[in-house]
Ligand binder design. Structure first.
Ligand code: ZN
Length: 192
C-alpha cells in the first residue's frame, strides 16, 4: 500500500499514468457507447495528446533537477569532443610512425590500405633538418669518371649522399620498416 502511495505521490508517474488510463477508458467507452466517428476519435486523440503535453509542461520540477540536467549536458559537451579526438588518435596508431633514420639518411613513406592490408610505398629520403623532400643534382666527377649525383634540400640547401639504383638501401629500409610495423616496434621509435 505504501508503495502505491509512493507512486501516486510522484507527480510524473501520477500524471502520465492518469492520462494513459484516461486514454484507454475513453477509447473503450467511445467504441461501446457510440458508433465509430473518425472525426471525433481523431480530435479526441489530439486532445489527449495535448493533455499529456500540458501535464508534462505544467509539472512542478525542482530547480536542482534542472540544474543537474544542465550540468550533465554541459559535462557531455565537454567530454564528447575528448572522446571523439581520442578515437581519431587511436585508430591509425601505425600512421604516427612516419620517419626512420637509417645510416646517414632520414626516410619517410606513404601508407595505403587495400583489401590485402596496410602497405607502405614511396620510401624516400628527406631532409634531416627540415623534413623537406630532397631533390637530386649532379656534378662532373674529377678524372673523367662521368657524373656524380647528390641529394640536396630545396628548402635549407643541406646536401646528402645519393642513393644509387644498384644500392639496396631503399629496399633494406622498406624491409626494416615493415618489420617494425609487424612487431609494433614503431611505438618505441622517437618521433622526429
Ligand atoms: Zn632541409
Amino acid at each position: 500500500m505504501s508503495k502505491i502511495k509512493k507512486y501516486l505521490s510522484n507527480p510524473w508517474i501520477f500524471a502520465i499514468g492518469t492520462t494513459i488510463i484516461a486514454f484507454f477508458v475513453t477509447t473503450i467507452l467511445n467504441s461501446f457507447i457510440k458508433d465509430i466517428n473518425f472525426k471525433d476519435s481523431f480530435f479526441g486523440i489530439i486532445k489527449i495528446i495535448g493533455q499529456i503535453f500540458f501535464n508534462i509542461l505544467t509539472f512542478r520540477i525542482y530547480v536542482w533537477i534542472i540544474i543537474l540536467v544542465l550540468l550533465f549536458l554541459f559535462a557531455l559537451i565537454l567530454i564528447l569532443p575528448i572522446f571523439a579526438k581520442k578515437e581519431i588518435d587511436d585508430v591509425p596508431t601505425y600512421r604516427n610512425y612516419r620517419y626512420f633514420k637509417y645510416k646517414e639518411w632520414l626516410f619517410t613513406w606513404d601508407y595505403s590500405s587495400s583489401r590485402y592490408g596496410i602497405q607502405i610505398k614511396n620510401v624516400r629520403p628527406i631532409c634531416m633538418k627540415c623534413k623537406c623532400e630532397l631533390s637530386q643534382n649532379s656534378y662532373s666527377a674529377m678524372g673523367g669518371g662521368g657524373y656524380r649525383y647528390y641529394f640536396y634540400c630545396p628548402n635549407c640547401e643541406e646536401k646528402y649522399n645519393y642513393i644509387y639504383q644498384n644500392d639496396n638501401t631503399l629496399e633494406d629500409v622498406e624491409k626494416i620498416i615493415v618489420l617494425n610495423l609487424n612487431n609494433s616496434q614503431y611505438d618505441k621509435f622517437e618521433k622526429i
